[in-house]
Design a protein around this ligand. Structure first.
Ligand code: HEM
Length: 142
């Protein structure tokens, strides 16, 4: 049972990450599309579907499976500094998700004022967090 939950966890995490890495790219391209243009309207549909159909359910599933594993094996939390560090980074990842949901709403209402450069930099945040999380769960350094 535990291993099945872990498998679903990894599948959910991969789907969530795909969205976290792609949505800010869409924002970069969206910055170049004038408000009200057909391209801008297409980006709005792509952004809404990505967030609602993929990212939100994937994030909820990743959290549910992660917390289920901790509930099934509470000993995981004892003396596992890597898991505490990972959970801290995952909370930051969830914060990045929430920020992107806010930015998507700004685009949907044609009131984005941030430049493309802002979203290019924002794109690096989930990348960096993902690298650190995977190193922590695989090498378990402390
Ligand atoms: C959303 C909240 C999350 C929670 C509560 C959570 C919790 C957990 C737990 C308890 C395990 C099992 C560890 C074990 O069996 O020893 C696990 C495994 C794993 N998690 Fe997460 N996790 C979360 C998000 C993430 C994210 C965002 C990533 C990657 C970016 C990730 C990558 C992994 C990987 C690769 C494993 C398998 C590690 C192994 O078995 O060696 N998790 N997670």
């Amino acid at each position: 049972m535990y291993l099945w939950i872990k498998a679903v966890h990894v599948i959910a995490v991969i789907s969530w990450m795909a969205g976290l890495l792609y949505l800010p790219r869409l924002f970069v391209y969206h910055c170049d599309a004038p408000a009200g243009s057909p391209q801008s309207e297409t980006f709005k549909v792509m952004e809404r579907r990505l967030l609602r159909a993929i990212m939100n359910p994937a994030m909820i599933l990743a959290w549910a499976c992660g917390l289920a594993m901790i509930t099934l094996d509470p000993g995981l939390l004892k003396g596992a500094g890597w898991l505490h560090a990972k959970l801290t980074l995952v909370v930051l990842m969830t914060g990045a998700h929430m920020a992107m949901a806010r930015w998507r709403r700004d685009f949907a209402e044609d009131r984005n004022t941030r430049p493309a450069r802002f979203y290019r930099i924002a794109n690096e945040v989930p990348t960096l967090l993902m690298i650190l999380i995977v190193i922590l769960v695989i090498t378990r350094p402390f």
